[in-house]
Design a protein around this ligand. Sequence first.
Ligand code: HEM
Length: 447
Amino acid sequence: MISHASQRAANSDRIAAEKQSQWLVTAFIASGIIFMLLPGTFLGVWNLIDISREQTLGSLSSAWLQAHGQAQLFGWVGSFILGIGFYSLTKMQSTLTFPARSGWAAWVLWTLGITLRWTAGVAAWHWKILMPLSAVLELAAFVLFYRSVRRHGPKSSAAGAKETWMLLVAGGTIAFLLALIVNLGAVIFVAARSDTPALPHVFDQQLILLMVWGVLVPTIWGFNARWLPIFGGLKKPDSNHLRCAYGLSIVGLAIVFLQWWAASAALLLFVAFLVVEALHVWEPAVQPAKLQGVHASFPYFLRIPYVWLVISCVLNVMAVRLDQSGGIWGASRHAITVGFVAGMVFVIGQRLLPAFCGMRTLWSPKLMLWSLLALHVGCALRVTLEPLAYEGYWRFAWRILPYSALVELAAVTLFAWNIFATLLQPPAHLRVAASQPIRGTTASLTQ
Ligand code: HEM
């Protein structure tokens, strides 16, 4: 029988581990948001204004374009994945300890690596050393994360069967490791052979697809399979269809490296519809959504990103035949990175992160609504206007295009503001104790 004393010790270990993980996830989320805002979006807006002024994508340095993409994919979303991954370890019942040392070492290496990569790309300052160094630091950080997950993560059940959502998240984690290894090889090659700190164009596009379809998309599907029935009240996912969609998406991704663009695009379009069906995202909910602490529009914004996923895949199919100047590819990439990925991170993030980062409540549900509205309006403007302008179908589109970037900048600023304001307020239970008025309730935030 377990004595009261050892039960108490176990509880206090658990609380200590929970607190350590909350600090760490807060650090990853804060640095991720800073990467999103300045090196990511601000540079993206600057790039788009420049492209619109010159009226051609070719006017801009590839290194600058890639620095923006790296800051968003690895700096922003990558930091969120690492932070939430470390945090989730405390929720696995297999351990009472939290790998705090590995976690903080990973945060330092990752943040430094991303910063050096961006500096090397934008300033071209000692880039032949900084680019490979940054890739080594990023890989080292990820290896620390990966080892912690393997040691402290969920143990398979007796039958060895993993739930589907875990399978997708595990697949995304392995693809992340692969992307960082490929990235290291690529920057060593570029440092040895090239005159500019930019990856060759086709290879760069393949690496982006690996990151987007190999890492971000399956990770989102995995977390959606786990959380949408709980938070959105949706029907439980169809596991077989989801696994089938994931398998096909891997095939679609793999053949991109053989440059079978048309076959890949057709397959990914089919996959997008299959996932929509498997997750039941466009079907009516079977129970009420959990709206505590968030804006009442939450269930709608959970579904909209899947519209962007399908639009992105349709544009991808069109791009194979019609794209001449990068406008249709760009619109497709934007639909998936901004509409699907950022759309989902904004909506789920504002629901879950306040609780993960120290049992807080979201600072302002109204700001959540505005950030989401601005994001989708900005994305719609950009995805519509980019093919028209870049491909020369409608010259006037060049004039309106920069405004799409400003609307998106407003969206990310509102999101960042809401999260930072949330982090700066005391945890919900302390606020209740001090009888301060709180916005929303804390109940079931962590359910
Ligand atoms: C929010 C405002 C954003 C603006 C104004 C913006 C702007 C741009 C621009 C001008 C390009 C150059 C290619 C093109 O014209 O299509 C680009 C490329 C790219 N963007 Fe964004 N972007 C934004 C958000 C994002 C987000 C949220 C992500 C990822 C989560 C992202 C990922 C990328 C990637 C991967 C590329 C390709 C870079 C490369 O060619 O290596 N962007 N973006």
